[in-house]
Design a protein around this ligand. Structure first.
Ligand code: IPD
Ligand code: CA
Ligand code: CA
Length: 265
């Protein structure tokens, strides 16, 4: 498969950062973590991965801005391009030895995400997308699932948890969706939830309290696989509002309707 120079840069950066993440994950799995405890160890792994990604991406595109979860925003000389990076999405999974985590890299050009790479080092699944050129899992072209009945749908979501989110609202939303669908899933890595949706594994997905780096690459993945992505008000303000709903042309509006009704209570 022939990939663009841009995607090759992103993939090379992801694979390089993945080598250290994978080694660190191996240590977490075998509990060979530092005296300061696993949480500190994982924070250090996270920061190391972001440093590698930043160095590699800026080496290839020196003027671009960079927005990373760990280091925040750094302006570039090129005001039109920004890398949006989560070096480790699914930190809680990582910390618990659960192999559902990913490096997520999005490229924003003048307010639009134009390229995305999501890579899970634990199973070597590499998701790539470029605007107008489709989405891929390794070399295989992706297409969202065609299912049209909520009753057949597997829907992914995020859940409020300790220190995060509105529990009452989260419970209303769950109640609105739960008994209408074949199953709900909470896998714990937003980028992979979106990638799984693009791959037709999930039929829909929603979550609140997200940041741009959780969604940037994944939302392009879904759109390039023929799916629909909006905020929970049906608009395009996912990054500023921090919420997202996604699905195919049937599931997206169905979910949006259910969630809107639950949000009004
Ligand atoms: C988190 C994951 C998780 C989502 C959280 C995110 P992190 O990112 O994507 O699935 O529910 O809201 O913050 O902290 O593991 O990078
Ligand atoms: Ca994240
Ligand atoms: Ca993270």
């Amino acid at each position: 498969m022939v990939r663009s120079a841009l995607l090759n840069v992103m993939i090379a950066a992801a694979r390089k950062a993945a080598r250290t993440l994978k080694r660190d994950f191996g240590e977490v799995e075998h509990l060979q973590v530092s005296m300061k405890g696993p949480a500190n160890f994982v924070t250090a792994a996270d920061k190391r991965a972001e440093e590698i990604l930043r160095a590699e991406l800026l080496k290839a595109r020196p003027g671009y801005g960079f927005l990373g979860e760990e280091g925040g925003r750094r302006e570039g000389t090129d005001q039109t391009h920004t890398w949006i990076v989560d070096p480790l999405d699914g930190t809680t999974n990582f910390l618990h030895g659960i192999p559902q985590f990913a490096i997520s890299i999005g490229l924003e050009r003048s307010g639009t995400i134009v390229a995305g790479v999501i890579y899970n080092p634990a199973n070597d699944e590499l998701y790539t997308a470029e605007r107008g050129k489709g989405a891929f899992l390794n070399d295989q072209r992706l297409r969202v699932a065609a299912r049209k009945q909520l009753a057949e749908a597997v829907i992914a979501c995020g859940l409020p948890h300790y220190g995060r989110g509105d529990l009452a609202l989260g419970n209303r939303e769950l109640a609105a969706v739960q008994d209408k669908v074949a199953g709900l899933r909470r896998f714990g890595a937003a980028s992979l939830d979106l990638a799984f949706l693009a791959a037709g594994r999930f039929d829909g997905y929603w979550e609140r309290n997200l940041s741009p780096w959780d969604m940037a690459a994944g939302l392009l993945m879904v759109r390039e696989a023929g799916g629909f992505v909006t905020d929970l008000d049906g608009g395009d303000a996912m990054f500023t509002k921090g919420h997202i709903v996604a699905g195919n042309e049937t599931m997206h509006p169905e979910l949006l309707k259910l969630l809107k009704a639950a949000g009004k209570d």
